[in-house]
Design a protein around this ligand. Structure first.
Ligand code: HEM
Length: 470
């Protein structure tokens, strides 16, 4: 890596935002960042401080902002630090465009506020509670399907489960074949996001062409469901709730918007939750004492019964395990906004149209906020309380995750059921390496046996050792 020096500082008018200098240019530094987001961000912060620029001259293309104060400044000024949709190249007025743009994360200002209000009822506490039984049944179904197996690829299994839970709760589908078919169509549309959104070339054989075919089928399928649900106003699922939603002035979601929002909810919710669950199992399997204490709590509170909402709320150790997993390995650990005009940030002037990255991962490791920050210590959450800008796995401000309660409830149900039934141990010497979205890129091979409490840590290799001390 480059040595910091005066020459490494980047001049922006009267400004001098510190940042790395590379003979090969700032693109090389961005490549380093994308290849190894956590270690590179940490190095940037420790070397240059809270505000770091990439790029030359008066116009840095990218600025990195670290720490709770800057998180707050960015996330409480959505008109200045705007959501950017410039990376999505799909035409707005196309089938694919309607799916990608009818999405809260692409909306700004009054429109965003209005649509968030319209969608809120689907995520009210009471509504989420009503999904608990589905979460329990689908988790038990998955755990039955593991009978007789000694090894599973856990990340794949968690994706299968969160996908089924998402399709069931979003669309109210019970039929397993239909549930999996919807999952397959959505997977086909989202599996190559960069090709689909950046290079929308509709020629047979291209990822965009394949995604478009699946999008047509999905669109038709959801429209049929919308018609059916209009005839059954008592159905309890997210799509039904969105169909019935009305703003004070009577505004409701159009069919195009209903298709887009249900699609984007599925995309926002299932892989993030699957990755978070995968790391919770991993971290527990590498911390036998913590796992043993958690099992005591589960046995004591659930006493052999399925988890219910009341019981889930008294599982404080489980709550700590989830909070700590999301602190150490947040599935959405870096966010980005674009400046709508020139502004001050961290004592520097940032030009208009600069991409500003805020970084939950680094905030969650600040030693002044978290003692022994690289250790997995769920018990810390018994005594500490952090502000919305000091602990933000679900972001903060106007675009804060709408599904955070949904995701936490889902994680609690899945962990409680599966940990009581099976003991998980990572296959010895497996390569465990998370990417930017915390997907374990080489998978998460786990040995499973009926729960016998013989907890044992296993040696693993991979980049996980750069992220967590265990
Ligand atoms: C552990 C699981 C999850 C994590 C870590 C997570 C994280 C996040 C983050 C960080 C954001 C904000 C991004 C930003 O500020 O740029 C976000 C937004 C969002 N998430 Fe989640 N999410 C999770 C699960 C879910 C689930 C299960 C759903 C829905 C069922 C969901 C729906 C949404 C929606 C709709 C938004 C956009 C909100 C808006 O723009 O107003 N998420 N999520």
């Amino acid at each position: 890596m480059e040595e910091p020096n005066q020459m490494g500082n980047i001049a922006t008018g009267q400004n001098c935002i510190p940042g790395p200098r590379s003979i090969l240019g700032w693109r090389m530094n961005m490549l380093r960042f994308f290849r190894n987001p956590f270690t590179y961000s940490r190095w940037l912060y420790e070397t240059y401080g809270k505000t770091v620029a990439m790029g030359h001259g008066d116009n840095p293309s990218y600025v990195f902002a670290f720490g709770p104060d800057l998180n707050e400044q960015i996330l409480t000024n959505p008109d200045l630090f705007k959501i950017s949709s410039s990376l999505v190249k799909v035409p707005k007025d196309s089938l694919m465009g309607r799916m990608f743009y009818n999405n809260l994360l692409m909306m700004t200002g009054e429109k965003h506020k209005q649509y968030r209000r319209l969608m809120q009822p689907a995520f009210h506490r009471q509504q989420i509670v009503s999904y608990c039984n589905d979460m329990v049944q689908l988790t038990k179904q998955l755990s039955d399907s593991w009978l007789g197996l000694s090894e599973i690829e856990l990340n794949h299994e968690m994706k299968k489960l969160t996908q089924r839970i998402a399709v069931k709760t979003l669309f109210g589908l019970y039929n397993e074949a239909e549930l999996d078919q919807m999952g397959r169509l959505i997977h086909e549309i989202t599996k190559s996001p960069l090709f689909v959104t950046l290079a929308p070339i509709n020629i047979p054989g291209t990822p965009f062409h394949r995604a478009l075919n699946s999008a047509k089928q999905l669109d038709a399928h959801i429209r049929v469901m919308i018609e059916e649900k209009r005839k059954n106003p008592n159905a309890v699922d997210v799509l039904s709730s969105l169909i019935q939603a009305r703003d004070e002035d009577g505004t409701k979601l159009s069919d195009d918007e209903l298709v887009g929002h249900t699609f984007s909810l599925y995309v926002a919710g299932h892989e993030t939750t699957a990755n978070a669950l995968t790391w919770a199992f991993f971290l527990l399997s590498q911390h036998p004492d913590i796992q043993s204490n958690l099992l005591d709590e589960l046995d004591g509170v659930l006493a052999g019964n399925d988890p219910t909402i009341e019981k889930l709320s008294s599982l404080s150790m489980l709550d700590g395990v989830i909070k700590e997993t999301l602190r150490l390995l947040p599935p959405a650990g870096i966010g980005v906004r674009i400046t709508s005009s020139s502004c001050q940030l961290g004592g520097f002037t940032i030009p208009k149209d600069t991409n500003v990255f805020f970084n939950q991962m680094i905030t969650h490791r600040l030693p002044e906020l978290y003692d022994q920050a690289d250790l997995f210590k769920p018990e810390r959450w018994r005594t500490i309380k952090r502000t919305a800008y000091e602990y933000l796995p679900f972001s903060a401000g106007e675009h804060m995750c709408m599904g955070s309660n949904f995701a936490i409830q889902e994680m609690k149900v899945v962990l409680a059921i599966l940990l009581k039934r099976y003991r998980f141990s990572v296959v010895p010497n497996a390569k465990i390496s998370p990417n930017m979205m915390m997907r374990p890129v080489h998978g998460m091979p786990m040995r499973i046996v009926p729960q016998d409490r013989q907890f044992q840590k296993t040696p693993v290799c991979g980049t996980i050792h750069q992220l967590v001390d265990f």
